[in-house]
Design a protein around this ligand. Sequence first.
Ligand SMILES: C[S@@+](CC[C@H](N)C(=O)[O-])C[C@H]1O[C@@H](n2cnc3c(N)ncnc32)[C@H](O)[C@@H]1O
Length: 231
Amino acid sequence: MVSPKDLYYPFSETSKKVLLKDGVLYLPDKELLEEGSFYFAWDENELFPQRLPIHIEYCSGNGDWVIEKAKADPSTNWIAVERQFARVRKIWSKKVNGQLSNLLIIYGEAFQVTRDCFPAAAFAAASIHFPDPWPKRRHAKHRLLAAPFFEQVHRVLKKDAPFTLVTDHFESATRSVEALNQHGGFYSQHPSPHWVEPPLEAGTSWFERLWRSQGCKIYSLCYINSDATVS
Ligand SMILES: C[S@@+](CC[C@H](N)C(=O)[O-])C[C@H]1O[C@@H](n2cnc3c(N)ncnc32)[C@H](O)[C@@H]1O
């Protein structure tokens, strides 16, 4: 059995580079890379033992949701994208202890990873559960749930692939509905107001359990990619 602290941070502050090690793909921001470093050239054969449809989970936190999914569905390859190393370590220890070779962890920022690394029309599904809402207007620039990210999600999903977004934050839900409806390359699986309150399922995330235990309302959006980008 391994514990989270058994995963060592493999860089010094000045030596960051792209690295695939122990089932974790390290994708530092391009501007932090050592001079002369190359960015990752996407190759599924290098990342997973088998070629299978891939489902991305962004902002995976401690990984509860994606770990349950990877265990329950070995006919899918799963990707967890998380930008805090302490949380990557937690996901990693669960992956190793569960012997989940169908799960890749990406240590990186969701928008940059998608824009700079993921190929077009390559993924069978994408999900995001309880991303940080950044509710204050002066923090709006930090919000991931915005048109540039949705454009990238659209670019990397296959045609008819679902993008599921779950949040407890009403403004994040309404802003996302507006941006996704405006995009034009998605349609909502749910009629107006374009979200449902999801039933409690096996395989919920840590934050879903927390917010439900506090009686919060939960909004689940599901948008289908109606026209895939041609690569
Ligand atoms: C509120 S937690 C939710 C964690 C998990 N999805 C859950 O529901 O339990 C948000 C997580 O998203 C990560 N995160 C926030 N912004 C991110 C970004 N732009 N790229 C990657 N991870 C991000 C944070 O580090 C944190 O672990």
